[in-house]
Write a protein that binds this ligand. Structure first.
Ligand SMILES: NC(=O)c1ccc[n+]([C@@H]2O[C@H](COP(=O)([O-])OP(=O)(O)OC[C@H]3O[C@@H](n4cnc5c(N)ncnc54)[C@H](OP(=O)(O)O)[C@@H]3O)[C@@H](O)[C@H]2O)c1
Length: 278
């Protein structure tokens, strides 16, 4: 793919579009003259995002849904197909974090995080892929994380879900590259959003507060700009954030050093704040 690729008129479906990175991506895509489908559970948050786009109502469609409801995801994809002829770009940004050590974490928490971050995005991919392959064109954009590459302590359910997403996308890319569909995995470090608020605690509650690392993180708008640039340049992966992104390179080139650093960090804090899920 070359930089000459145009997104004008393309249909872009974003999950998690009611806040944070998903919202910033909606704004950035809108600048390229696309038609947008906004999904997430809170209809009011999708309305707020729609209000920021400067597009007329015929270019924006709010489709509230829960990505763990695979029937609703499939129904939404069919409706987009009927209404707009299909999805050109799927962006899976819906996600939730986790807090707590493995021995404290209820199995239901591992399953709940996996249901949103992994199976939710897999369901959306399966819903759009047949028509993308039939048209021999499309982009799948998965918002993963540095935690999709690195085993951050006290975040095992989250880390596992993002590693699974990375593996799924790598296998998918191998299958679809020669059939016209591109797969982009995005690995942000700390991003200044409300993401920590909705993280699930070891006992299944809501974390309900922000974390310092996210507060000092990069703006979601920066992530959105880098995603668009990566997509238009035909990249397989985009890394964006601060110093924490270096952990991806440590994992690749100095895994022993990274393992020691992470173990030291886990040893220092036992309060659920040893890792910040990036
Ligand atoms: N912030 C960071 O530091 C950071 C770093 C690396 C990666 N990420 C990744 O970036 C993505 C977006 O996070 P964010 O930082 O933008 O935080 P955010 O503002 O909390 O965004 C998460 C979005 O996911 C939606 N969502 C959650 N569960 C859902 C479900 N079951 N069905 C449909 N939508 C659901 C939420 O909307 P509703 O509540 O309305 O459903 C929300 O809009 C996540 O995948 C996260 O893992 C974030």
């Amino acid at each position: 793919m070359s930089g000459a690729v145009s997104l004008a008129g393309k249909v872009v479906w974003i999950t998690g579009a009611g806040s944070g990175i998903g919202r910033a991506l909606a704004v950035e895509f809108a600048r390229h003259g696309v038609r947008l489908v906004l999904s997430g559970r809170r209809a009011g948050a999708l309305d707020e995002t729609a209000g920021l786009l400067g597009l007329d109502d015929r270019q924006v469609w709010r489709l509230p849904l829960d990505v763990t409801d695979h029937g609703a995801v499939a129904t939404a994809s069919e409706a987009i197909g009927r209404h707009w002829g299909g999805v050109d770009v799927l962006v899976g940004s819906a996600g939730c974090g986790s807090r707590g050590r493995v021995e404290e974490t209820a199995m239901a928490v591992d399953q709940a995080v996996m249901a949103v971050n992994y199976f939710g995005t897999v369901a959306a991919v399966k819903a759009v892929l047949p028509q993308m392959l039939a048209r021999r064109q499309g982009w799948i954009v998965a918002i993963s994380s540095v935690s999709g590459k690195v085993g951050t302590p006290e975040r095992a359910p989250y880390v596992a879900s993002k590693h699974a997403l990375q593996g799924f996308c790598d296998a998918l890319r191998a299958e679809v590259t020669d059939r016209g569909v591109k797969v982009l995995v995005v690995c942000p470090g700390y991003v200044r959003t409300d993401f920590p608020l909705g993280a699930i605690t070891a006992g299944g509650g809501r974390h309900g507060r922000l974390d310092r690392n996210q507060e000092r993180g990069v703006a979601p708008e920066k992530v959105a700009r880098k995603v668009l640039a990566g997509l238009l340049a035909g990249r397989r992966e985009v890394y964006v954030g601060g110093w924490e992104v270096a952990a991806i390179y440590l994992a690749r080139w100095w895994p022993g050093l990274l393992a020691r650093l992470l173990a030291r960090r886990a040893g220092k804090r036992g309060d659920g704040s040893a890792g910040k899920e990036a």
